[in-house]
Design a protein. Structure first.
Length: 208
């Protein structure tokens, strides 16, 4: 069961580079100031925050870190703080190397609450078409799952090869990930699959 605070995130912050520690602590504090209903967890070896599913995440690198909203392109952006290109920054706010790179606290809290609103009030935008459930039918139309899109954005080498794959080659990977019976199995497949994709290998490369 997920808790509001996860000790694994304490450990993640502690082992991060010195420059990153105060930023990670501050981002974590802001997320919980936005709402006590947001829960913490670790996915793909990084801190994630959940509210009706994945809400946002943060990830530290050697010289910068990223803070990303799930489906950032659906968020209103009146303050023009969102970087939707992704890439090496691995987040929605661009490359963050100091607290000065962050928006004002109140602004970032507003964005976090907007992300919660979209997750908790699916009918808030009546003109928008309802999202299709992530089922086999979605896979059939080759809709890349959100979690895979996010991971590919964080792994430029894998994204480059994946974009070059044929529709059938992409579908083989997506089906494999989607058919996982548990989250643990999916994460294991994602880790292995991303390594293969980064090397330009198709799903069934062992048998070719």
């Amino acid at each position: 069961m997920m808790e509001q605070y996860d000790t694994r995130i304490d450990a993640y912050i502690e082992k991060s580079a010195d420059f990153a520690k105060p930023i990670l602590k501050h981002l974590r504090e802001l997320v919980h100031r936005a709402s006590p209903e947001i829960m913490e967890t670790i996915k793909w070896s990084a801190p994630f925050f959940e509210y009706n599913g994945i809400l946002c995440h943060m990830m530290a690198f050697k010289q910068h870190l990223g803070f990303g909203f799930w489906k950032a392109d659906t968020l209103p952006d009146p303050h023009q703080i969102l970087h939707l290109e992704g890439g090496e920054a691995a987040g929605s706010l661009g490359r963050i190397s100091s607290l000065a790179d962050l928006p004002d606290d109140d602004i970032l809290i507003w964005y976090i609450r907007q992300a919660m609103l979209l997750k908790g009030a699916p009918n808030a935008k009546p003109k928008a078409q309802p999202a299709k459930p992530a089922t086999a039918s979605a896979t059939a139309t080759l809709t890349t799952p959100d979690y895979l899109t996010e991971l590919l954005a964080q792994t430029p080498a894998a994204k480059e090869y994946f974009d070059k794959f044929s529709q059938s080659q992409k579908k083989e990977y997506i089906t494999w990930f989607e058919d996982a019976k548990s989250e643990a199995t999916r994460e294991k497949r994602l880790k292995e699959g991303l390594e293969w994709i980064s090397e330009g290998k198709t799903r069934h490369w062992k048998y070719k």
